[in-house]
Design a protein around this ligand. Structure first.
Ligand code: COI
Length: 356
């Protein structure tokens, strides 16, 4: 394994004092990880250096054609002072899936996990300790060739930055209001919807902005072909509880294979619940709501954790779910998942990895 060089900062920043006001993505730690790829040389020069601007040629390809991928995972501080990561192998495997789709050379997944651990240890004092907080880890890769021509890059940077965070949505665990998007689409099968690349999020901004203006937190995407089948919500996968079935859209190439999504499925099944990964139309959800069979809906994601949905608006149809309150399954899932992540509950699935 390549040696990671460490250069510590001489100017440590002041850490945010009030952990209840961290929000999401507002603060960054003292250091970052960088590594370069140059054709002929492969990935090389892994290093942890003081956090700061990265100089790019104005022609750098990532700025023009969006050849970029990223991941999101978290480090948690347990009550007895340990530091845990949650399923980092899944994130790094997905990073390589995204890499493949975007013609980015694969990274060594085990090495990348070592890099994450080393960086987290260097900045361990930044891991917040209050209930509901964590250190968000953002690995990302971008093309830096100075070349205004469309082709896969020969030169790239792999970076990792860290951010102490609280809840992603200001609502916290209170149910969010979601707008069913029937004009814009996010992705189609054959496109990049299953990858974590900036372009998917760029495609979502306009719909998101318009939904916010109407008082909604995020949009629920429908499939790009028939505008009928439910895909995912802006920054999370989505689950619906209809009668006694928990349903989440199946992975058909246009939605993200969320690590939280797969963990929720495993936890729910371990409780003996019926979980289906299948096509689910918005019409089926609306009908279930009308008949009083739509019991709960919630989103899942690393940033969002479990986010209950209290209202869904589809055209003129406003579906209030569980009286706009957090449902029993969503609450229990949140407690279980975060219980494992924060080391409060036994990790029966073997998902956590200690950083030491
Ligand atoms: C995550 O859940 O980690 C994400 O990457 C979503 C995000 C765009 C904040």
């Amino acid at each position: 394994m390549q040696e990671i060089r460490v250069e510590l900062t001489k100017n440590p920043k002041e850490k945010p004092q009030d952990q209840s006001k961290l929000g999401f993505g507002n603060y960054y730690t003292d250091h970052m990880f960088l590594m370069n790829y140059d054709e002929g040389q492969g990935w090389h020069d892994p290093r942890i250096v003081p956090y700061g601007p990265i100089a790019l040629d104005p022609a750098a390809m990532c700025l023009h054609y969006g050849q970029e991928v990223f991941e999101g995972l978290k480090a948690y501080r347990t009550a007895d002072g340990r530091i845990l990561l949650f399923r980092p192998d899944r994130n790094m495997a997905r990073l390589n899936v995204s890499n493949d789709r975007l013609c980015i050379p694969p990274i060594d997944e085990e090495f990348a996990i070592e890099a994450i651990k080393k960086l987290v240890l260097v900045d361990k004092d930044w891991i917040p300790t209050e209930e509901g907080t964590s250190l968000y880890i953002r690995p990302y890769i971008f093309a830096v060739d100075a070349h205004v021509g469309v082709h896969p890059a020969h030169h790239l940077i792999f970076a990792i930055i860290l951010s102490p965070v609280g809840a992603y949505y200001p609502e916290g665990l209170n149910p969010v209001k979601i707008y069913v998007e029937d004009e814009y689409v996010r992705a189609v099968k054959g496109g990049m919807g299953f990858t974590k690349t900036g372009g998917n999020y760029a495609a979502s901004l306009k719909a998101q902005a318009e939904a916010e203006k109407k008082g909604y937190t995020q949009v629920l995407w429908l499939d790009g072909v028939e505008r009928k089948y439910i895909e995912e919500v802006g920054t999370m996968n989505v689950f619906f509880v209809i009668d006694d079935e928990v349903i989440t859209p199946e992975l058909r190439g246009s939605i993200l294979s969320g690590v939280t999504r797969m963990s929720c499925i495993d936890i729910l099944r371990s409780w003996g619940m019926k979980v289906s990964e299948r096509r689910l139309s918005i019409q089926e959800v609306a009908k279930a709501a009308e008949e009083g069979r739509l019991k709960e809906a919630f989103g899942s994601g690393t940033a969002a954790v479990i986010s209950p949905i209290g209202e869904l608006r589809w055209g003129d149809d406003v579906m209030v779910i569980n009286d706009g309150k957090i449902g029993e399954i969503s609450a229990k899932l949140y407690d279980n998942l975060t219980g494992i992540q924060w080391g409060k509950l036994p990790d029966e699935f073997g998902w956590t990895v200690e950083v030491k």
